[in-house]
Design a protein around this ligand. Structure first.
Ligand code: NAD
Ligand code: FE2
Length: 381
């Protein structure tokens, strides 16, 4: 059966790639550029470097530096209001997934009516959006190349996604130097998000040979380089590989989608404000142990791809990957749910919300029950 694989990215990769920014803005004939980032990106001195380059293009500049982690509908609406008043014609998003997602969402509202929440779901964006240049500073979400935005609905207390090929950033400036200032905890969290994308998309029921090719390569790159980047943030080889891996794996997961780990992570972040990557990492090993019943061959393929030792008995080998993922989370310093302040009393409520997550539709193991989700959460406690 034929399958579709969509890619639309124009990536300028490498140290000092940001120097290309003035030329890009001139090509767009930009007049009013909005630069979007958060406080961490500002403190790291990265925003300043980007602003300096934008200034060379002789454009009016509007700054929105109010991005928050797991951005909310309210912050999107606030930034969109400012962008409309400023007649923004090109966006420059600098930061992790939160800054890039927020900018992609604001961009939707520049050419499409209504509130951002109306676009939750797949392919609901009607009009094309404005040029957006994404400058990632984490190596995790792949938001710089995906067709996805993840936002928090504070009223419904959930995270939801907008998926649409129209919202992919027009250009990407990926400079591994910009990820060097991430502290080990952020490197670990964002890197575990990347590992989750690679694994979940590989076993997704939407996976195709082309998506699997990207997902498995992504996993190999992350598995080798994440511990190095966490241990020594100045290891530029590892930083470069992590950033490349996100582009590779991102092409896979934007076409194959994700699964139960992200369903649980979105619920945990909506209720307890956990960083996205941390939320994923707490449950990733246990969800993979659970999923192994439905896709043992794929679990073995992933384990083989990262050279884990196998016995040849699939009943044992199907758990080798999940065990190694647990080692990995410990090695990079991910806390358990109880260490993050989440209690067993919360599990019933969490599990009920997890079952409402549309992303469960792509998970290889289906007909998931509340008790099964609670079982996974108990292991992650
Ligand atoms: N669009 C997608 O395809 C996609 C995929 C996965 C996740 N997401 C979403 O992305 C968001 C998470 O993004 P994230 O994990 O990149 O984290 P983030 O953007 O929230 O950043 C995490 C923290 O790190 C800081 N930071 C970022 N870069 C830094 C640097 N170079 N030096 C120092 N500090 C730095 C930020 O200021 C922030 O405090 C979540 O909302 C998640 O749901 C989106
Ligand atoms: Fe993610």
């Amino acid at each position: 059966m034929a399958s579709q694989f969509f890619v639309k990215s124009d990536v300028t990769f490498g140290v000092d790639a940001v120097k290309e920014l003035p030329k890009m803005l001139e090509e767009y004939k930009a007049k009013n550029v909005m630069i979007v980032y958060d406080n961490g990106v500002k403190m790291a001195g990265i925003a300043e470097k980007v602003i300096e380059e934008v200034k060379k293009a002789n454009v009016d500049i509007t700054i929105f530096d109010g991005v928050i982690p797991n951005p909310t509908n309210e912050v999107v609406e606030e930034a969109a209001e400012i962008a409309k008043k400023a007649n923004t014609d090109v966006f420059v998003a600098v930061g992790g997934g939160s800054s890039i997602d927020l900018t992609k969402a604001v961009n939707i509202l520049m050419t499409n009516p209504g509130k951002i929440g109306e676009y939750g779901g797949m392919n609901l964006v009607k009009e094309n959006v404005l040029p957006l240049i994404a400058i990632p500073t984490t190596a995790g979400t792949s938001s710089e190349i995906t067709n996805v935005v993840a936002l928090t609905d504070t009223q419904a207390v959930c995270k939801y996604v907008i998926i649409d090929n129209k919202i992919v950033a027009d250009k990407v400036i990926a400079d591994p130097e910009f990820t060097k200032t991430m502290p080990p905890s952020v490197t670990a969290a964002t890197g575990m998000d990347a590992i989750t994308h690679a694994v979940e998309s590989y076993i997704s029921n939407m996976a195709t040979p082309l998506t699997k090719y990207h997902s498995i390569r992504g996993l190999q790159i992350f598995y080798e380089n994440l511990p190095k980047a966490v241990e020594n943030g100045s290891d530029m080889k590892a930083r470069e590989q992590m950033m490349l891996g996100c582009i590779v794996a991102g092409f896979g997961f934007s076409n194959a989608n994700l699964g139960l780990v992200h369903g649980i992570a979105h619920t945990l972040s909506a209720h307890f404000h956990l960083a996205h990557g941390v939320a994923n990492a707490t449950v990733l090993p246990y969800v993979m142990e659970f999923n192994a019943e439905s896709c043992p061959e794929e679990m073995v393929e992933l384990a083989k791809a990262i050279n884990l030792s196998l016995t040849g008995n699939i009943e044992e080998d199907k758990y080798v990957l999940s065990k190694e993922l647990l080692n990995m989370t410990k090695k990079v310093g991910i806390k358990t749910l109880s260490e993050l302040g989440i209690k067993e009393d919360d599990f019933d409520m969490i599990a009920e919300d997890v079952l409402k997550e549309p992303v469960l539709g792509f998970n290889p193991r289906q007909n998931i029950t509340k008790e099964e989700v609670i079982g996974i959460l108990k292991k992650a406690l």
